[in-house]
Design a protein around this ligand. Structure first.
Ligand SMILES: Cc1cc2nc3c(=O)[nH]c(=O)nc-3n(C[C@H](O)[C@H](O)[C@H](O)COP(=O)(O)OP(=O)(O)OC[C@H]3O[C@@H](n4cnc5c(N)ncnc54)[C@H](O)[C@@H]3O)c2cc1C
Ligand code: HEC
Ligand code: HEC
Ligand code: HEC
Ligand code: HEC
Length: 608
């Protein structure tokens, strides 16, 4: 590749950029010193300096104009114009025989500057969840995305003001659904996402989406009703769920699925039944994880809808008038600084606080240091933003312990491997609990096992139901396989004869349709078909169940139970709908159901 020297407007660019960064830093520098810093000084030790010193690039090689936007897309386009697209780089890596490429991820990333820094160290975003060998030029291993104390912005001053009908805080499943719906209704909608990519934890969901009374269930001859869905959700949640929210979820689950299908999505019915529930109702995709598939489809619809989506843009304060009405937000843009957006409605769709260790261990000191499978930005900002605006928070101690994280990573192994037949054994080679019990129960049981060591075991019959997902785990190197129970036991270091006895006994229970040891009700597979597989799993924080209190219209309630005008919330930031424990598959459905309701509320607020 030949470098094209670009001489134009170098000084002007540098001067304008200086202005920008000095506004941010709150100090003034001369044009010459700015150029010095970015071309020879402390900010030139990285990729930008390398391109300038070694390749005679200048500022305009990477900066087409005099402004650096928060999303940095104008820089990305420059990278792509010389190096090729993200996908083409991925293809090159794969053609070169790489098994895993940072340029072929599953996060719908297309922004180079997510990982490659210009004037700061690069890092492989992948390693915020995985542990890959990914040495980067001018790089470090990973970025620590730590929770920020938002109260420092209480008196901060905005440098400019914009106007919108509807502001969506957080671009996960709930926020994206709301933004698509609102834009389609003609609302001027701005979506703010603090991370460099959109998708949130929603991108990571692997299991599926719960729906009652779907076309897919009818085609399979399965009887299911919203009423049965409500009963099952309350059962898993131990009856303390806000029943009104659960009813809305169940009644609108079918139209949520149809809405997704209307965007061009396609889901099938998973035959597995979640512990103790009355019908199979999880809908999934044969292409692999549900989250990556849904977010990809929804991202396309979002782009078409005309909503204005801004990454690297964190909401740090809710703006309120003297009557307490929420009138907008204060945003911290990565490069453009603090600004205000006025809006008739603000939706908090900020997801969980699973990655806020301080908040979780305040209620659960025993979970201190436990890993989480949530995305790195799940800090609970929405809880703090809401609280500062007078919102009621509820049951923040309700945290979900997921039993299925691949040891040494933050990779959640989908519960579908268990609902479709997998079992759990401890390091004595024995089962220890109903392996299809709700997650919190299983998580607690796991913590009591010797050395807290547990293996998820499944066979080729289970693989046949989720082949793509299984292949992914194999690619990641977390799966051990064996031809016989004895061979597998030897490989994972558990007592072979005891494990073989466990497997034989379990197959007999499946045959007899009755689990005499632990009372597991759904016994879909005897686990004696083809090869056997084992994944070393540990419990981790899978998500959070407490949060803001809302009514059935997604309006955020204050301490007296009255709606705070202008403020809505949807998704995992909302408390009470899951009760004590979340029925796996309800979150993905709820994102669409409540995201759409929030959009309808926002539309009504501006008379649309
Ligand atoms: C590994 C994994 C697997 C799962 N599998 C399933 C499953 O199969 N089925 C199911 O139903 N559920 C599943 N869940 C749970 C489900 O994915 C989540 O509950 C749900 O997706 C949350 O959606 P959300 O839109 O509320 O939040 P998220 O998708 O997390 O989105 C919130 C977004 O808000 C952003 N944000 C936060 N604070 C701010 C701020 N101050 N300013 C701007 N942006 C901000 C975040 O960065 C994030 O992108 C799974 C969860 C995980 C972690
Ligand atoms: C004007 C063209 C041009 C632009 C714009 C550009 N690069 Fe480069 N870059 C090159 C050339 C030429 C090289 C040296 C040859 C090579 O290694 O591909 C290089 C080298 C690199 C390398 C080091 C390769 C190695 O391991 O030695 C990385 C990483 C890189 N560029 C990333 C980026 C990123 C990220 C951007 C955008 C922020 C960017 N480049 C913008 C042309 C460009
Ligand atoms: C998810 C993180 C990530 C993203 C996004 C990313 N890269 Fe990379 N890139 C890496 C890592 C890690 C390496 C080091 C090589 C490796 O081991 O994969 C690398 C290496 C490179 C290299 C040098 C080696 C090579 O493959 O030629 C270039 C050039 C490069 N990236 C350009 C880009 C461009 C252009 C984009 C945007 C289209 C981009 N990268 C997006 C992580 C990323
Ligand atoms: C190889 C591409 C590249 C070149 C060349 C480059 N930059 Fe950048 N610049 C970036 C990237 C990428 C960012 C985004 C923030 C980061 O990663 O450091 C950025 C951000 C900035 C910012 C805003 C953020 C900050 O760090 O203050 C300023 C100002 C800036 N560049 C100035 C310059 C100037 C002045 C020059 C020329 C002397 C220059 N850049 C040359 C890639 C480049
Ligand atoms: C926010 C956490 C997170 C980040 C960041 C992340 N992953 Fe993953 N990754 C997961 C989870 C969870 C799974 C399992 C669920 C699934 O397959 O969707 C997974 C699965 C995988 C798999 C196996 C499935 C498959 O597609 O073959 C590969 C390979 C993989 N990731 C590569 C990457 C690469 C490369 C990157 C960086 C570009 C990356 N991941 C970034 C969480 C993450």
């Amino acid at each position: 590749m030949k470098m094209r020297p670009i001489q134009s407007s170098l000084v002007a660019v540098a001067a304008a950029m200086l202005l920008l960064s000095s506004v941010q830093a709150g100090e003034s520098m001369s044009t010459a010193s700015a150029k010095a810093i970015y071309s020879q000084g402390e900010k030139s030790d990285y990729l930008a300096g390398f391109h300038q010193k070694k390749l005679s690039a200048d500022c305009s090689s990477c900066h087409p104009g005099d402004k650096v936007s928060d999303g940095q897309t104008e820089i990305d386009q420059k990278c792509v114009s010389c190096h090729g697209s993200y996908d083409s780089l991925g293809k090159k890596d794969m053609d070169a025989g790489k098994k895993i490429s940072a340029h072929a991820g599953h996060l719908s990333i297309n922004s180079c500057t997510t990982c490659h820094g210009g004037h700061e160290a690069s890092f492989a975003y992948c390693n915020n969840c995985h542990i890959f060998e990914m040495p980067m030029k001018f790089g470090r291993q990973k970025e620590a995305y730590l929770p920020q104390d938002l109260s420092i912005y209480r008196d901060a001053v905005a440098n400019r003001t914009e106007e919108a009908d509807f502001v969506v805080v957080g671009a996960g499943g709930a926020g994206i659904a709301a933004a698509i719906e609102a834009s389609r209704k003609g609302l001027k909608t701005i979506v703010l996402e603090k991370m460099p990519i959109i998708g949130g934890s929603s991108l990571l969901s692997t299991g599926g989406m719960n729906v009652a009374g779907s076309r897919q269930q009818q085609a399979a001859g399965i009887k299911d009703t919203p009423q049965m869905f409500v009963e099952d959700t309350l059962k898993v949640g131990k009856g303390v769920n806000d029943k009104v929210l659960v009813e809305v979820l169940a009644e609108q689950s079918r139209s949520a699925l149809e809405w997704f299908e209307g965007l061009g999505g396609k889901l099938d019915l998973d035959p597995g039944v979640y512990g103790g529930c009355q019908a199979p109702r999880m809908h999934y995709t044969k292409s692999g994880g549900i989250g990556r598939y849904m977010i990809k489809e929804m991202k396309l619809a979002l782009e078409k809808s005309g909503a204005d989506v801004r990454v690297n843009s964190q909401v740090v304060r809710l703006e309120q008038d003297e009557n307490g009405r929420v009138t907008g937000v204060l945003v911290k843009g990565k490069n453009t600084g603090l600004y205000r957006i006025n809006a008739a409605s603000v939706l908090l769709a900020t997801g969980s606080y699973a990655n806020n260790g301080a908040l979780v261990s305040k209620y659960h000191p025993e979970f201190f240091g436990m890993v989480t499978s949530a995305q790195p930005g799940s800090h609970g900002d929405g809880i703090f933003l809401g609280k500062a605006a007078g919102a009621q928070t509820t049951h923040l101690e309700r945290v979900q312990v997921h039993p299925n994280i691949a040891s040494g990573t933050s990779l959640m192994i989908t519960l579908a491997m268990r609902t479709n037949g997998g079992i759990l054994v401890n390091n004595k080679g024995q089962r220890f609990y109903n392996d299809n019990a709700p997650r919190n129960e299983l998580g607690a049981a796991m913590l009591k096992q010797p050395a807290q060591k547990v293996w998820l075991i499944y066979d080729d019959a289970v693989v046949a139901k989720r082949p793509k997902v299984h292949q992914g785990y194999v690619r990641l190197g977390v799966v051990v396989e064996g031809e016989t129970p004895q061979a597998l036991a030897a490989k994972i270091g558990i007592p072979a004869e005891e494990f073989a006895k466990t497997m034989k006994r379990y197959a007999e229970f499946v045959q007899a349709k009755k689990d005499d040891d632990f009372g597991r009700k759904e016994l879909p597979e005897p686990l004696n078909e083809g090869k056997l597989y084992a994944i070393d799993v540990v419990p981790a924080i899978g998500g959070t169940l407490g949060g803001l209190r809302t009514d059935a219209r997604t309006r955020v309630l204050d301490a007296d139970g009255k709606p705070i005008p202008g403020l809505l919330a949807a998704g995992e930031v909302v408390g009470e709908w899951h009760g004590e424990d979340r029925y796996g598959g309800n979150a993905v459905a709820g994102n669409i159901v409540f995201g759409r309701i929030a959009a309808q509320e926002a539309a009504a607020a501006v008379g649309k």
